[in-house]
Design a protein around this ligand. Sequence first.
Ligand code: SF4
Length: 121
Amino acid sequence: MSAETFSERLPQNVPGKFYVTEQCLDCDLCREIAPSVFRRDGEMGVSYIYRQPGTEEELAATIEAMDGCPCEAISSDGDEFDWSVLRDAVLPAWLRGEASKPPCEYCAAREVVKRPWWRFW
Ligand code: SF4
């Protein structure tokens, strides 16, 4: 990933290695795989890192969630950047209420339909 991806991180994430970006489409996969790491922001309709993985099991589950995320919305380079920058400065327009939430670029390019993760047929 890149600094550009880091700048798209959701403000709800706790600082650390893993973070979720605005590409999240709220499919629930990560929360099912690693419920102690991911939480849902119901108001925004996104997942975020509630707690950085602290055990080998949580780390493995988080990596599994990152690999399985259909929108590639989970990144693992958060320890390479400065989290002290004001989060408001990186809020995308849709999170500031100035635009509607954009569609997931990955899914839009592949015409993936939003549905629960257990229904891929
Ligand atoms: S798996 Fe990806 S798209 Fe689905 S809720 Fe988690 S971060 Fe969002």
